[in-house]
Design a protein around this ligand. Structure first.
Ligand SMILES: [Zn+2]
Length: 167
């Protein structure tokens, strides 16, 4: 991929779209996203596109398998404390390579913090769709435990990469 060329395309898009340019310019003063999304690093799962969001609308944390370890938790803590995020969405997805690898013991070592976390969440579940749901729902429970005073919504949804439906 030609990085400079792709960036130029984005800059051209901003320069030809008054509203987008105004949004970009306004965001220089600071960000006020209302939604935080924790989703997989999978290239097919792009929260800004899935939720039709523009610049500044969502605070995104991506890890393989949408798991929450130390660094992710710190990022979430920052967003809650400093950005007044009122909605947290854990976005799992179908055909997740990380979930598949853990279930089939492929590639990932259990010493890997990501695999370890997924295994901790899904235990011995072998159905991948069920595992994706359980993995995401366990992270919701974890956040509710870690931030008991948080007043906003914490939920999970699964993105179906075959239909683009988030359910
Ligand atoms: Zn995935």
């Amino acid at each position: 991929m030609d990085i400079s060329k792709r960036n130029k395309l984005f800059i051209d898009e901003i320069n030809s779209n008054k509203q987008l340019k105004a949004t970009r310019d306004n965001l220089v003063k600071g960000q006020h996203p209302s939604l935080l999304v924790v989703c997989c690093s999978d290239s097919r799962v792009v929260p800004e596109k899935i939720l039709s969001c523009s610049l500044g609308e969502i605070f995104v944390i991506r890890t393989a398998g949408n798991v929450i370890n130390e660094g992710e938790l710190a990022s979430i803590s920052y967003a809650i404390e400093h950005l007044n995020i009122n909605h947290i969405l854990i976005m799992g997805h179908t055909h997740c390579g990380a979930i598949h690898a853990v279930i089939h013991n492929e590639g990932f070592l259990y010493s890997d913090p990501i695999a370890k976390r997924i295994k901790h969440n899904i235990l011995d579940i072998v159905d991948e769709k069920t595992a994706s749901k359980v993995n995401a729902s366990k992270e919701v429970e974890y956040l509710k435990e870690m931030f008991p005073d948080y007043q906003g919504t914490i939920e999970y949804k699964i993105y179906d990469i075959e239909t683009s439906i988030l359910y």
